[in-house]
Structures are given as C-alpha cells and as structure tokens.
Design a protein around this ligand. Structure first.
Ligand code: ASP
Length: 304
C-alpha cells in the first residue's frame, strides 16, 4: 500500500443534498423527505464504494430529477409557452472543470448532460437553448419535450395562462448536492426547472458557475431560491470564499443567506468543506435536506 493510499483512507466521505427552499406544505413534507433521503443514500453509496465526489453528486441529483415531487427533470415548471427549459451545473473542485446546461427542453436528466459536457475534450463549459438541445441529441439522451410534462404542471400552467395567481406561496423544488470523497476531492451539482411560467430563455442562477453552485479544493456549494438575487451576489462563490477565509461551512451558509435577505431575496444553500464539515441555511419557511456525516450518520429535515 502506498503512503498516498493510506493518507486517503483517513478521509471519511460526506454528502449533503437539498430539494429546494420554499414554504413546503405539511401535506408534501413526507414526499420531500423521502426524495432527499433516497438521493443522499444513492450518492453516499458511490462514495463508500471509493467513487468520486463528482459521480456521487451527479447520482444524487439524477435521483431527484427522476422524482416528480421536485422542480427538476420530469415534473419541472413550464415556461410561459408551456414547455420545460431546464438548467443544470456540475463542478469538480479538484480541477475546477465544470459543465453547465441552460434552458434545455429535450432532456430528462440535464445533470447527466452537464456531466457529459464537463467530460468532453475541448468543449465549452456552458451550452444553452438550441445548442443544449442539439448536444442532448448528439449524446443520444434527448427525449420528446412532452414527456417531461406532468399533469400537475400542465394545470399550473393553465392557471398561469388564465392570469390566475401561481406565485403565492412561492414555490420551488430545485435540487442540489455537494460531496467530499475519500481522496479529499469536492464536487457540486445543481438542477432545476427554474421558476413557474418564466419567460422563454430566462436563465436562473442554477447553471451559472459561482451563483447556483461552485466547488474548489476547499469547499463545495449548491444554492436554491430567488435566482436573480443569487446571481447578483455570486452566492455560491461567496460562500466558498468565506469558507476559504476560515468560516465554518455552517457560518458561511448563514452569512450568505443573510446577505440574500439584505437585497430582498430568499432561498437556501448547502455547503461542505475539505474537512467534511457541512452547513445548510435557508430563509424560506422550509427546505428539504439530507446529509450523511463523516461518522456515517444519516440526518434529514425540512425545518431550519
Ligand atoms: N434558483 C432557481 C432559479 O432561479 C429556482 C429555485 O431554486 O427556486 O431558477
């Protein structure tokens, strides 16, 4: 056994996921808790089998994209013209490589597409709209856009189209995951359908490096909430910088969400650092989260 290997053995993997920050009603509480718990377990399984943080966060996010309770993948909000435009970002803290997909309308798992972009040689970091749709076709993971629409969202869209209120309470369901693997590498993944009845072409913070997510050698972050506010503050990079400056991940999460509140935004954030310390904070009534700590303890919750 090399000395390198034995030093890796002392690092215990950690993962934390979120399923969107909003006023989740009691009637939906259990489904959210089940969704994040299933996702965190799937990601952790990869980590305990010596897999990478990058694979773990992708797997966890795929799990939540496949669960229609969340606003990601199947079950996402529809835009003003009645189809989905999905955003996703995945980032490897070890290399700073990233893949970002914006406003893709023909892909069930935009986080897989983002990962494919990250892995492509000499490719751009971000593809949006038609270009993202074409990339999904090229990678043979495209689907009929109609297959991404579920009756709940069709009804919401119809209400919105009649001018009825679909915005209160604020609703969300963006998903995200951050992890530390046993090599000490960090990664972040975020995926969303954005906001309900959004303008065609509206990009939120989720696919923007430094806003919806970020990962460095020191920390990994994923955010959810009012995207325009998170973009103004580069919220995920801000949290990473605070951790690099010595803030514990929990304090960094809180400080960033307080700054989001200062500019009248709202939302939540999850963080992990290279020591395996995690943090989460949200200013909304609720945010479903689940984590598995260094000690292997699974914790899930929905209230702050
Ligand atoms: N941040 C997402 C966006 O603005 C939505 C959310 O997380 O609620 O697209």
């Amino acid at each position: 056994m090399t000395s390198n290997h034995s030093s890796h053995e002392s690092i215990k993997p950690v993962i934390i996921v979120h399923g969107g920050a909003w006023s989740i009603p009691d009637s939906l509480k259990l489904r959210h808790l089940n969704g994040v718990t299933k996702a965190v377990k799937a990601g952790y399984q990869i980590l305990v089998e010596h897999g990478s943080a990058l694979d773990a966060v992708e797997r966890a996010v795929v799990c939540m994209e496949e669960d229609p309770i969340f606003d990601a993948g199947v079950g996402s909000f529809l835009n003003e013209e009645g189809y989905v435009e999905l955003d996703a970002l995945i980032m490897d803290g070890n290399t700073l490589n990233a893949g970002a997909i914006g406003a893709v309308s023909n892909c069930r798992n935009p986080i897989i597409l983002a990962r494919m972009l990250l892995e492509e040689d000499n490719s751009p970091i971000m593809l949006v709209g038609q270009g993202a749709d074409k990339f999904a076709e090229k990678m043979k993971i495209n689907t009929d856009p109609k297959d991404l629409i579920i009756p709940r969202e069709q009804k919401r869209w119809e209400k919105g189209n009649k001018g009825e209120d679909i915005f209160s309470p604020n609703t969300s369901g963006t998903v995200g995951a951050v992890a530390l693997d046993e090599k000490g590498h960090l990664a972040s993944a975020t995926s969303t359908g954005g906001s309900p009845y959004k303008m065609v072409g509206r990009l939120g913070d989720s696919p923007i490096i430094g806003s919806g997510g970020y990962a460095s050698e020191v920390a990994a972050v994923s955010s959810t909430g009012h995207g325009e506010s998170f973009m103004k503050l580069n919220a995920a990079k801000l949290a990473t910088d605070l951790i690099e400056q010595g803030y514990p991940p929990q304090d960094a999460a809180k400080a960033v969400i307080e700054k989001i509140s200062d500019i009248n935004g709202y939302g939540g954030i999850i963080t992990v650092d290279r020591l395996g310390r995690i943090g989460y904070f949200f200013s909304t009534t609720r945010m479903a989260y689940a984590y598995i700590s260094k000690e292997g303890k699974l914790v899930s919750g929905i209230d702050m």
